[in-house]
Ligand binder design. Structure first.
Ligand code: NAP
Length: 310
């Protein structure tokens, strides 16, 4: 029997990915939706998760697609009702919130999945396998996109807790924390905050892995032209390039095989993983990418840049 699922926060990612992937999934059936200002056609819709859970006791799982600030409150409510939870990335507004949710989910015996969609990109498993047993000499992350194209009018992204350029940047960090054979830590950072905003619009980060190899990251939210979501890794056994957000991979310039492509290449396996976690009564909560973001806010130099308007 498919798991009866509700979706909360019917915005861009809910419409682009969650709804079509759920509709095509043999594992889930969309039972209801909650959003303050909209609904999902043909499905019972409510303006809050509390109303939804009161009216729909059959709901067994929720996907929380709201912005990170406020998401933990919904997650706590769902867990308290014995409902499994999928958190969009980044999992919450703070590390402490995620920690609290993980404890509550464990105590309640429900699945908590802090999802990182980029880890399901087609070339990520192959990149991870190729890097195993190799020594990394240096790595470079280039994550440069145009916020006006990808997040038009999303004021929350520059509000406290919206994380600014780290909203996409954490996707890169979710990939490197998955594929690199060693852990790494931030040494220096430089964050550019628009004079009229509370979250950075660009960042330069210098990490070092456990063997001392440098890992540099350049994040930019004002990049026009060719959009860049690339990770380059120099190793003792060759050079790996993961491009297009983890969709494509080359080794020493030669294309390597990757998994299935397509518009839902990341979210279809992500939902299959959520179904497996529920069936096996397990949780999957890895805060490593989010911890690096917190570190950047803690030790990064803060620089003021020009005011920003969408
Ligand atoms: P979005 O288009 O702004 O949608 C979020 C929805 O949440 C809104 O439409 C809004 O619907 C609801 N919401 C509830 N509380 C809100 C608040 N305080 N402020 C604003 N909206 C609120 O954002 P999104 O792009 O879908 O991103 C949502 C989450 O998914 C983020 O964590 C983001 O990192 C992640 N994500 C986004 C993408 C992408 O391509 N955009 C990709 C992967 C993951 P109501 O007004 O109807 O309540």
């Amino acid at each position: 029997m498919p798991v009866k699922l509700a979706i909360v926060g019917v915005g861009k990612i809910a419409r682009d990915q969650h709804l079509p992937v759920i509709a095509a999934s043999p594992d889930f059936e969309l039972a209801a939706a909650a959003s303050r200002s909209t609904g999902v056609e043909g499905v019972k819709s409510f303006t809050s998760l509390a109303e939804l859970l009161d009216a729909c006791p059959e709901v067994e799982a929720v996907s929380l697609c709201t912005p990170p600030v406020g998401r933990a409150q919904d997650a706590r409510l769902a867990i308290s009702r014995g409902v499994h939870v999928l958190l969009e990335k980044p999992p919450a507004a703070t590390l402490s919130e995620v920690d609290d949710l993980a404890r509550r989910a464990q105590a309640a015996g429900v699945t908590l999945f802090a999802s990182w969609h980029s880890r399901f990109a087609p070339a990520v498993p192959a990149a991870k396998a190729w890097l195993q047993g190799r020594t990394v000499r240096a790595a470079r992350i280039t994550w440069k996109e145009d916020v006006r194209v990808w997040h038009p009018g999303q004021e929350w992204i520059f509000a406290p807790g919206g994380m600014g350029v780290f909203d996409p940047g954490v996707n890169a960090l979710s990939i490197v924390t998955e594929i690199l054979p060693e852990t790494f830590a931030l040494r220096r950072g430089r964050l550019v905050f628009p004079s009229n905003r509370q979250a950075p619009i660009a960042a330069e980060l210098a990490f070092e892995d456990a063997r001392g190899a440098p890992i540099a990251a350049e994040l930019d939210f004002l990049h026009t032209g060719d959009q860049r979501w690339d990770i380059e890794v120099e190793t003792d056994g060759g050079r790996l390039v993961l491009s297009k957000g983890g969709s494509e991979m080359t080794v020493d310039g030669t294309a390597a095989t990757a998994g299935a492509h397509g518009p839902h290449a990341e979210y279809a396996p992500l939902y299959a993983h959520f179904a497996r976690l529920i069936a096996e009564r397990r949780s999957d909560v890895d805060v490593a990418p989010f911890r690096h973001v917190a570190d950047a806010f803690m030790i990064g130099e803060r620089v003021e840049g020009p005011a920003f308007a969408f």
